[in-house]
Design a protein around this ligand. Structure first.
Ligand SMILES: *[C@@H]1O[C@H](CO)[C@@H](O)[C@H](O)[C@H]1NC(C)=O
Ligand SMILES: *[C@@H]1O[C@H](CO)[C@@H](O)[C@H](O)[C@H]1NC(C)=O
Ligand SMILES: *[C@@H]1O[C@H](CO)[C@@H](O)[C@H](O)[C@H]1NC(C)=O
Ligand SMILES: *[C@@H]1O[C@H](CO)[C@@H](O)[C@H](O)[C@H]1NC(C)=O
Length: 369
């Protein structure tokens, strides 16, 4: 009997090992295809699948809205705000007040929840709820970086506040606006001392395997790497100063998801470094014309590197990437104003996310094998 058992164990192991070799090893050898286009299934355009709208239930307007921070935000009870009473004071619509005092639950008009804090600590949902109260789930991480079981939260949240443009409160990491000021010269561009390509990242083992893309580029062009994937660390106050000595910045997102373009892109675009982008967002829509280089416009890493080397030599061509600065400006997000503005809108019927997981996940991110 024992011998038989061992044999069974051994067979099972062999089968397991074979499966592992057949499926896992090729996936290690296969390089992800960085240069093909990613088009998310445009599933969020049709929201009726995920959101139920109660018929004829338009919200009553009030003179003031009380907003309660129910969960913390990355473990900060006051959501890292310096002074809760001044958050809305310079907003176009400012009749909102913030609090994190849970005893004010019943008198609150809006409750904010932050996805990440549902699983760093246990935050039970409130037991009390009125029809008029808005429960809003805030989240700016890509689904690839989230592990919450969203199916437990169906029929709970009325609105979302995310980087997706279809969220009731759209909270992008930055904005590009047309400006009438014509005094913003192409200043950053003309500094001819700037040179080279820089990459900074803290998350090395991420699922897009963007470090492989950097590695490919490095075969043809020198790249200085900072952050925990690179050689040097940068403190947050020297960050922009150091990066601004370079001509190009590799703005590679850690996941390729629709609408997902993070803060670094906007910060460095504003600072005047030419971003070389890789991500799932619609750059054509959100960035000024001729303000970035998208690696997906090329067929391979060598073509990208050749083009960067060409721009490195030709300042006239390089500087053309900054002409947008005469007409546009980049601002970092102030999404509190948007929140206050949104809760003041009357013509939104009562609604609830009936399939939160579907809305967040289905087809929105590129899969890498
Ligand atoms: C949206 O989805 C609903 C439910 O799945 C379907 O009945 C409707 O035809 C869809 N609308 C469009 C424009 O695709
Ligand atoms: C917050 O701002 C209000 C209004 O400007 C001010 O009265 C109050 O002293 C400030 N509180 C703190 C802790 O700074
Ligand atoms: C440099 O770029 C400008 C503008 O794109 C172009 O007209 C010119 O021919 C380029 N010069 C060289 C040497 O490639
Ligand atoms: C929020 O969702 C709940 C649960 O479906 C619902 O009872 C309530 O009317 C909704 N409120 C608003 C303001 O949409």
């Amino acid at each position: 009997m024992r011998i038989l058992d061992n044999r069974v164990v051994c067979y099972n192991f062999l089968i397991f090992a074979t499966i592992l070799i057949i499926f896992y090893v090729p996936s290690l050898l296969n390089k992800p295809d960085f240069f093909s286009n990613f088009t998310a299934l445009d599933h969020r355009q049709n929201l009726s699948r995920y959101i139920y709208k109660y018929p004829n239930t338009y919200r009553h307007l009030k003179s003031e809205y009380k907003i309660l921070l129910w969960t913390p935000y990355f473990e900060s009870e006051d959501w890292n705000l310096d002074n809760l009473s001044t958050v809305f004071s310079s907003c176009p619509v400012s009749n909102c007040v913030l609090s994190y005092d849970k005893s004010e639950l019943k008198s609150s008009d809006v409750l904010l929840f932050h996805t990440r804090d549902f699983y760093t600590s246990y935050y039970p949902l409130p037991k009390y709820r009125t029809n008029e109260q808005l429960w809003v789930l805030m989240n700016n991480e890509s689904p690839v970086n989230e592990y919450l079981d969203y199916s437990k939260f169906n029929d709970v949240f009325n609105w979302t506040g995310t980087y997706h443009k279809n969220s009731e409160i759209h909270t992008p990491y930055g904005n590009v606006e047309k400006t009438s000021q014509t005094n913003v010269a192409t200043d950053a561009a003309v500094d001819e001392k700037r040179t080279g390509v820089v990459w900074i990242a803290s998350n090395c083992g991420d699922h897009t395997r963007r470090q492989l893309l950097v590695h490919e580029l490095q075969k043809y062009i020198h790249v200085d790497k900072f952050g925990s994937c690179g050689e040097g660390k940068l403190s947050s106050n020297s960050y922009e100063k150091v990066l601004c000595t370079y001509k190009f910045f590799l703005s590679f997102e850690n996941s390729v998801c629709d609408d997902y373009i993070t803060e670094k892109f906007f910060r460095l675009l504003r600072a005047g470094i030419l971003p070389v982008v890789y991500g799932g967002g619609n750059y054509k829509e959100i960035a000024p014309p001729h303000s970035y280089i998208d690696i997906r416009d090329f067929n391979n890493a060598q073509e990208v590197a050749d083009y960067l080397s060409y721009l490195e030599r030709n300042n006239t061509a390089y500087n053309k990437y900054f002409e947008w600065r005469k007409e546009y400006k980049v601002t970092m997000a102030d999404n509190w104003c948007k929140l206050c503005q949104a809760v003041n809108v009357k013509r939104i019927p009562h609604q609830v996310y009936t399939d939160l997981d579907g809305w967040i996940n289905a087809g929105s991110c590129k899969q890498f094998t």
